[in-house]
Design a protein around this ligand. Structure first.
Ligand SMILES: Nc1ncnc2c1ncn2[C@@H]1O[C@H](COP(=O)(O)OP(=O)(O)O)[C@@H](O)[C@H]1O
Ligand SMILES: CC(=O)N[C@@H](CCC(=O)OP(=O)(O)O)C(=O)O
Length: 288
C-alpha cells in the first residue's frame, strides 16, 4: 500500500509545476553527445512527449556533432573545431546538412511519432525560420559555411505549436541566395527561445552541469550569475562545446527567457526530474 501512496505523492508533487507551466513554451536543445543509445533516446523522447501531454509546448533543437564526425571520418575527412565551431568547407556543409536535416531530424521525429507525440521536423530553411550570413573568421581562421544568425522568423514554429505539433529543428540556416549555413545548435536554441518568448531553455548534454573543473564531476555548481560566467570564460574554466551553451543562456536570460538549465541527458528522465520535482539538478544561469 505504502508503495502506491509514494507513487501518488510523486504525481502530486508535480501538480504545482504542471499548473505553472501549462501553455508555456520550453526550448529543449538535444545534444549529439547524448544520442548514444536507444534506451536513452527513448527516455528523452518520453519526457518530451509527456511535457506536451501535460500542456507544455516543447520545441526541440537538435545537434548531432558526433554523428557528423563519424560520417566525415568514414569519408576520410578530418573534423576540425575552433572555439567549439566546426570548420565547414563546401563538401563538409553538404554532409552536415545530410546528417542533421535528413538523418537525425527524421529519427527524432519518428521516435516522437511512435509515442503519439505528433512531431514535425524542419530545418532553418523551412518557412524562412533562420536567416544567416557567413560568420567572420574566428582566431584568424575562416570557418567556411558556418553561419551567424541574422534573424529568426518564428512564424512557422508558432504555427506548428498552435496546430498541436512538436517542432523538431535542425540548425541549418540560409542566406536566401541558395547558400546553406552550419550553425551551432546551442546558438540556434538560444536565439529561438528568445524569438518564441520561451519560459525555459534547456540544454541536454553529457555532463551534470557547469563545473569549476571540467574534469571533476563533483565540482558542479547549481547556479551561476552572468558576471561569474564571464569570469569563468575569461579564466578558461568554460571551454569547447560548453562555450556556445553558456553564451546562449546569457543571451536568453537577458532577453526575457525565465530560466535556463543545463542538464545531464545521460541520466534517464532528467527533464522530468528537473521540471516536475522539488529537487533541482544541473546548472541554471541567472541574471546578475
Ligand atoms: N566548465 C565546464 N563544465 C562542464 N563541462 C565543460 C566545461 N567546460 C567545457 N566542458 C565540456 O563541454 C562538453 C559539452 O559540450 P558538447 O561536447 O558540445 O556537448 P553537446 O553535444 O551536448 O552539445 C562537456 O562534455 C565538457 O567536456
Ligand atoms: C558550427 C557548428 O559547429 N555546428 C555544429 C552543428 C551540430 C551541433 O551543434 O551538434 P552538437 O550540439 O551535438 O554539438 C557541428 O557542425 O557540429
Amino acid at each position: 500500500m505504502e508503495k502506491y501512496i509514494k507513487k501518488a505523492c510523486v504525481l502530486i508533487e508535480a501538480l504545482p509545476y504542471i499548473r505553472q507551466f501549462y501553455g508555456k513554451t520550453f526550448v529543449i536543445k538535444y545534444g549529439g553527445s547524448i544520442m548514444t543509445n536507444d534506451r536513452l533516446k527513448k527516455h528523452v523522447i518520453e519526457d518530451i512527449t509527456l511535457l506536451k501531454y501535460v500542456g507544455v509546448n516543447p520545441v526541440i533543437v537538435h545537434g548531432g556533432g558526433p554523428a557528423i564526425n563519424e560520417t566525415l571520418s568514414r569519408l576520410n575527412i578530418e573534423s576540425k573545431f575552433i572555439n567549439g565551431l566546426r570548420v565547414t568547407d563546401k563538401e563538409t556543409m553538404e554532409i552536415v546538412e545530410m546528417v542533421l536535416a535528413a538523418k537525425i531530424n527524421k529519427e527524432i521525429v519518428a521516435l516522437i511519432n511512435e509515442m503519439r507525440g505528433e512531431a514535425v521536423g524542419i530545418c532553418g530553411k523551412d518557412g524562412d525560420l533562420i536567416k544567416a550570413r557567413k560568420l567572420d573568421a574566428v582566431q584568424e581562421t575562416d570557418l567556411g559555411y558556418v553561419g551567424l544568425v541574422e534573424k529568426i522568423n518564428p512564424e512557422i514554429v508558432n504555427r506548428l505549436i498552435a496546430d498541436g505539433y512538436i517542432p523538431v529543428i535542425a540548425p541549418i540556416g540560409t542566406d536566401g541566395k541558395g547558400n546553406s549555413y552550419n550553425i551551432n545548435a546551442d546558438t540556434v536554441a538560444g536565439k529561438l527561445a528568445v524569438a518564441l518568448g520561451a519560459e525555459k531553455l534547456i540544454f541536454l548534454t553529457d555532463v551534470n552541469g557547469l563545473r569549476h573543473d571540467p574534469e571533476d564531476e563533483d565540482s558542479r555548481v547549481s547556479a551561476l550569475r552572468i558576471s561569474e560566467v564571464k569570469e569563468w570564460i575569461a579564466s578558461k574554466k568554460i571551454k569547447g562545446g560548453m562555450l556556445p551553451k553558456v553564451k546562449a543562456c546569457m543571451e536568453a536570460v537577458l532577453n526575457g527567457v525565465q530560466r535556463t538549465h543545463m542538464l545531464n541527458g545521460l541520466i534517464s528522465h532528467t527533464i522530468l526530474l528537473e521540471i516536475f520535482t522539488d529537487q533541482g539538478i544541473g546548472t541554471m544561469i541567472l541574471e546578475d
